[in-house]
Design a protein around this ligand. Structure first.
Ligand code: A3P
Length: 314
């Protein structure tokens, strides 16, 4: 075992406290490399357990996605649907981002319905929410575009992510490296969700595919409103979809959102400013070499052999 592998193995079993961020080494917990959010850096075990034991209400809505799957986009759509108005909220998604918000107590004092959001895998979601049959909106995006999006996200913040190198290096040493897979890796995360959805007899889980929303936004937003039991006119849906289009949302992020929430999150501004990057399907084609694509397809085929998830790469 080389020294880097040894160091990573030692970190794998680590639960909890670390003195502070160490640029090239992510915090590990329960086999997952975690994003560099201050509450996770300070005490990952505590924040995970606090989320799992959160007091939930019957009408809470939980938005759950693997990082860089389009969470901000769908968060805005969900919020507008719940408000029954195509109006941007002042609060950004980070305001109710369970593992990143500085104080989880904020959730307790909020009026219903509370649109919370998280990247935690299914097994770590609030137990009470699952027992209640509370609504879960799960966002799913093809893993090649997810990989590219994470790369660009990490690249702009070397102080927290370390030097990720060029895309090929990132792909090999981070995205495909079993020792440091973000949230335990896309495959495990999505297969766990698929299993939960198959067992979900109450229809509590609704999966939105990023690609479907992009290709057919009005249809998908209507399905989402139906799932949330909100009766909206066609004109309202059209307006919501328009206000949540990539360019308009990017602009609203800069002009409408309460910037203090971002500051309190403790994340570098370079990360915050890069949330709306390109917003397209298939940018992976501009990044993957033929060899990388073949390697990924082989892993995908093996990992997803028993899966029925329909992934759209273009
Ligand atoms: P890209 O990096 O490929 O552009 P998350 O919100 O989960 O962090 O996901 C971020 C990804 O969603 C980014 O992908 C971002 O550009 C994309 N995104 C954000 N808003 C979007 C929108 N309105 N339409 C399409 N994609 C959007």
């Amino acid at each position: 075992m080389d020294s880097a592998t040894t160091a990573l193995s030692e970190m794998e079993g680590e639960i909890g406290r670390r003195a502070g961020p160490q640029p090239s080494m992510p915090v590990m917990f329960d086999g997952m490399a975690l994003p560099p959010f201050p509450p996770l850096i300070n005490n990952a075990k505590k924040r995970f357990e606090d989320i799992r034991s959160l007091d939930c209400r019957q009408d809470d809505v939980l938005l759950v996605a693997y990082p860089k799957s389009g969470t901000h986009w769908i968060w805005e759509i969900v919020c507008m649907i719940l408000k029954q108005k195509a109006e941007y909220s002042k609060e950004p998604k980070e305001f109710l981002f369970l593992e990143a918000m500085p104080d989880l107590d904020v959730v307790r004092n909020l009026p219903s319905p509370r649109p919370m959001n998280t990247h935690l895998p299914y097994r770590w979601l609030p137990t009470q929410h699952i027992e209640n049959g509370g609504k879960i909106v799960h966002v799913l995006r093809n893993p090649k575009d997810v990989c590219v999006s994470i790369f660009h996200h990490a690249k702009v913040a070397p102080t927290v992510h370390g030097d990720v190198g060029d895309f090929q290096t990132f792909f090999k040493t981070r995205f495909m490296n079993p020792k440091v897979k973000l949230m335990g890796g896309w495959f495990k995360y999505e297969k766990e969700f698929e299993e939960a959805e198959k067992k979900d007899k109450r229809g509590a889980i609704f999966t939105v595919h990023y690609e479907n929303l992009k290709k057919n936004p009005i249809h998908e937003a209507r399905r989402l409103a139906d799932f949330l039991n909100i009766d909206l006119r066609h004109e309202d849906i059209v307006e919501i979809v328009d206000k949540c289009s990539f360019q308009k949302l990017k602009q609203a992020d800069e002009t409408v959102k309460d910037q203090s929430v971002f500051k309190e999150s403790g994340l570098p501004t370079t990360l915050i400013n890069n949330l709306y990057r390109k917003g397209e399907i298939g940018d992976w084609k501009n990044h993957f070499t033929v060899a990388m694509n073949e390697q990924f397809d082989a892993v995908f085929k093996e990992e997803m052999i028993d899966s029925d998830i329909d992934i759209q790469f273009e």
